[in-house]
Design a protein. Structure first.
Lengths: 466, 466
């Protein structure tokens, strides 16, 4: 058997699928919510589980402390010396908070496999798709390969992060401090989606992100709206007034300089997107909507892939419990985020936002900004060999050409890999639009899980031949 | 001696002031906290004390059970047949909880008389001002009158409630069930304050209230702002956009018909308010503000007493926990309330608000309204004889004209007396802004107590002459 033969590994994967789901279930059960301090022990437990699993496969892996949640790093060097490029695989073991809990059909951290009719067997759990199910496809591929061939075909390092859902504060320092150890030819990132259920995709563009929290304070204390209502400044009114000004009637963001430096898509790009025959009505229908709400006269793919946004992700002020309370609160706050495209700098966008708010602040209100951060957008050269290999491998597995697509989301790690380690990232993932990531009843199709692992086997085999 | 002669009664009051303070001390010692079930026996004990005290004066009084804390009702009919109007006096024997206990300088239910320098002798105790000290001014006036003249000058009924501090759930049913028994020409309510330490006041206007909760739904589920941001409708943006429209730049509420039927204050009223030389800067400074935020070109007293408001009392949507979460939520909601003035109907204001929201609802959003309710404003005809008598009596006692003032808040009992029993309420009280009602170290000035009782003697004498 050739050392890079693929079919026996695929067969081993298929034969071991029950054990693979059992391993996925183990890690899904750990509620590793990185934004909630109460769940810090769970994050540590998840990291320990990941390191142990890598060691079982044959990696030399350990849990590495940071100022926040730990990293898991594992290295594998083929016994006979490596061929092909060195790769660094990235995933994250932390998950989003599960709230609102009451909207889940079953407890968010009790994995449940069921046939949902539309997708066949799916596994429900917070993190099933983002990102535990996804990174486990790669580990399962490695496991099967090692079992069949006795050695992996490439020098592979694995980096699993525990703070992706809370802004990755420890990641850049960790990369900077371990540059030599983590250096590779390519990063492989499994945190993205397919084009659709039957069509694989490589994500070659990612929007960036900038985020901020704005806190407006009016009166020095909460007031009774009868005794003070009228003359007293209401900070909720101040906040809603400012936020309502963020977009004009055509959906354009009104922050000064927000669109400076942006490029329009090329005619080629526009033609390629048009050829995708993207189902705009179906996309909207899937989320209960009928009309695109972004900038006027832009297609949905443009609005998602190459146009920046300003969104209010959360707002709170005053009394929000049951019934009524006639209070004028002392403060109100909102969390905002901006999706960025190439040409925009997070710091400049945030400075523009602060000025936008300050310019509109009513009398007697003060403002503070908190929780700021972000990363710029990225776009890769898709003619590079690793991209070509991955595209062919995906087509073999799925029977359809892989779409080279943009992504409306941000994967800050990809920007950090470029800036800290000088690597491009091969972003291949198997998530689907209906996986409900970041929402109640998140799920991952078992078909995504199985064919995802098979896809990685083919990609690893292809990379080993480079 | 004429049967309505006042000065001998005043003299009797002054001579008996030590005994009066002793009686006040007795009732203050009973911790009749109506919101705390542990104190139910104390509420019953306080009700019993009040009934006994009324009976000692010569009323025919009893404790009347309700589903909650009991009412105390007493009736007095002058022996020789009544002259003047029949009056129903209202007060409440229940008190606010005393917490935070550690902020009291002495135990909250051990009345303590001390000279505080600024106010002369004051009595510290929970309930000293709200409302035990206040309603006892009236009972002391009756006691002295009866002692001197052998009979009270009017048909007087007394209603003392035990649930005012817990929303008065039993009051309307009790009024409805005892309409005939409690019917009178005027209610007299002693639960309000003076203009300042030396200036008496009659409260003749109370703003009404309408309240509603608006819930806007956009996408059918929470969305990832990267994967959907741009084309997806954000309900927080819809909500803030609509709420930002509620007021124009001059602070006027933009709901259609909101100001219909409102009357401007008379030139007399405006002149009287101007003469009060209300300390606008001091009022605002007390709540950390420097400029009135209500309708432009209205004084603070107008904004508080005779102008309606629209306030956002609470708002919530999306992620509001620590850190950041790039979600586009499915829904967002806000609680609003409207302070109303005479001429406005709660139902019409709420209908106008619903239409205001519906007219501005963006594509693909739906709206629901919840938690609606309210009560209209009350404003009494101050040219009515009882108001004129009371104003004159107060001026005699205090040496300064009584201020006819508004109150920005609502006193539901006054609305109930109007709607259930068809009576206007004469609201006269002697509380001061520094009495710390609802707060630690509540006190009542003994001067308020003494001159309050003297004021009632003069008011009763005046009413008897009508």
């Amino acid at each position: 058997m050739s050392p890079h033969e693929i079919e026996p590994v695929i067969a081993a994967l298929d034969a071991g699928s029950d054990a693979a789901v059992a391993r996925l279930t183990e890690i899904l059960k750990i509620p590793s919510i990185s934004t909630e301090p109460d769940h810090s022990p769970d994050c540590k437990r998840a990291a320990g589980w990941c390191a142990a699993t890598l060691n079982e496969i044959g990696f030399k892996a350990s849990v590495r402390e940071t100022d926040g949640q730990p990293m898991v790093v594992g290295h594998y060097k083929p016994a006979g010396g490596a061929t092909g490029p060195r790769v660094l695989f990235y995933g994250h073991y932390d998950v989003q908070p599960a709230d609102p809990l009451e909207e889940w059909d079953s407890p968010p951290f009790e994995p449940r496999v069921t046939d949902d009719g539309e997708n066949g067997k799916v596994i429900f759990c917070r993190g099933a798709s983002d990102d535990k199910g996804q990174f486990m496809t790669f580990l399962e591929a490695c496991q099967a390969w090692k079992k069949v061939h006795g050695s992996l075909p490439l020098a592979i390092s694995v980096l699993l992060e525990g703070e992706e859902e809370s802004g990755s504060p420890s990641l850049e320092p960790f990369l900077a401090a371990n540059r030599r150890e983590l250096a590779a030819d390519y990063a492989i990132v499994c945190d993205t989606g397919q084009w659709d259920r039957d069509t694989p995709a490589i994500t070659t563009m990612l929007r960036g992100l900038a985020f901020s929290e704005v806190v407006i304070t009016g009166p020095s204390r909460d007031l009774h709206s009868g005794m003070f209502g009228g003359p007293a400044r209401n900070p909720i009114r101040a906040l809603t007034g400012i936020l309502a000004d963020l977009h004009d009637k055509l959906g354009r963001v009104q922050i000064d300089g927000f669109y400076n430096g942006l490029r329009e898509p090329s005619l080629d790009q526009l033609a390629q997107w048009k050829a995708l025959q993207f189902d705009e009505a179906g996309f909207l229908d899937g989320i209960g909507l009928t009309r695109p709400a972004g900038e006027a006269r832009r297609s949905i793919l443009e609005q998602l892939w190459t146009r920046p946004t300003a969104e209010i992700n959360g707002i709170v002020g005053g009394y929000t419990g049951p019934g009524t309370k006639t209070v004028i609160p002392s403060r109100a706050s909102a969390k905002l985020s901006f999706r960025l495209v190439p040409g925009q700098q997070p710091d400049r966008v945030l400075a523009g936002f602060r000025k936008f708010v300050e310019d509109r602040l009513p009398d007697d209100c003060s403002v503070e900004f908190a929780n700021e951060g972000g990363s710029p957008a990225v776009g890769f050269d898709i003619s590079a060999p690793a991209f070509q290999v991955a595209a062919r491998a995906l087509e073999e597995e799925w029977g359809k050409p892989a779409i080279l697509m943009g992504c409306g989301g941000s994967i800050p790690i990809v920007e950090s890999f470029k800036s800290e380690l000088g690597m491009d990232s091969l972003m291949v993932g198997f998530a689907l639009d209906d996986d409900r990531i970041h929402a109640p009843n998140e799920k991952y199709n078992l078909r995504s899980f199985r064919k995802g692992a098979r896809s990685w086997v083919r990609i690893l085999g292809g990379l080993a031949e480079l």
